[in-house]
Design a protein around this ligand. Sequence first.
Ligand SMILES: [Fe+2]
Length: 395
Amino acid sequence: MFLAADGSAAELGLNTFSFPTTTLFGAGALGELPERSRELGISRPLIVTDPGLVETEAFAALTKTLGGAEQGRGWFVYSGVHPNPIESDVREAAAAFREHKCDGLIAIGGGSPLDVGKAARLLLKRPKLEFSNFYDESDWSGLAPFIAIPTTAGTGSEVGRSSVITLDTTRRKAVLFHPELMAKLAILDPELSIGLPAKLTAATGADALTHCIESYTCPVFHPMCDGIALEGIRLIVEALPSAYRNGRDVEARGKMLVAAAMGAVAFQKDLGVVHSMAHPLSTICGLHHGLANALCLVSGMKFCAARKPGLYRRIGTACGLEVIKASDVEADRQTIRFISGLLAGLGLNTRLREHGVKAEQLNALVAQATEDPCHKTNAVPVTEEDFRKLYEEVL
Ligand SMILES: [Fe+2]
């Protein structure tokens, strides 16, 4: 019998295991960009980013690598991406690409510019595309080449095959998912994330940690993702406190960049209850996605452990705890206490109300969390009433 990571019998059926993104990792990796771009047939790139990033050392490093000022150098910038990207960001990026006769895209920044860079290529292939009809089209071959350069260690969008965009018509987030959306190359250069403020380092790192924990405990048969998730947890536990305390610790920054990419690779398995709680906290209350996960993670883990004792034993081991021979309950208790302590050390032990969430918003939060698809693959089933109790616990 085949077992999922949590020890339950796994639905075998047919599975696809896919880890295809070429990833260039290391301090100074950005220096390879011109040559790697040429290899991918990019000679007039459109740089996609957000207004905040244009002011950073990371962006200055990029422009230096590309050969100085924008004009006359054969590269162009679209920097209008919103924190939660909207459809017009994608349309504007595609228009800039056409206007400047570009032949490839390089997105630099957090998950938002990376998602816009991915999706803009869809409009280059089909200019009349309505994103609400995205799934009516199946042939997305031949999209413009795309290089992803993350400056945060959280979403792992650089290795993902989806783009999350808020649609003009519905004002809801649409997930555009297709393997052709993937980057041809991800450049993980820790020197580009040293300027990330401590608070954002903590919140984005907590997102990566939640990806690893939720994907590992999601009851789907995918031993390759399980191994990647556990090693991602080990790296995060080792590196996140150092990256938080000392942003210039290049080794810690590097480990976090890799761990974030690993978390995103792992969650092709899927996610769970914590992400279902976090999504409405962003759309209704405007919380940062990583912060929302961090504030819900411990109560989500307690909820799952109470219904599936021993669920977190191997996560505890990945955290460096001696829990192999402990009872199921004890292994979970120690692991959850460790994660709680880790988050507290990052200043992430606050309550929702301290971030402006109001009791009057509970009904809307519960309704959206129940509708959210992530918890369908949670380690244990979650009801509407469970969501209410979970939110009340962390309010
Ligand atoms: Fe996430």
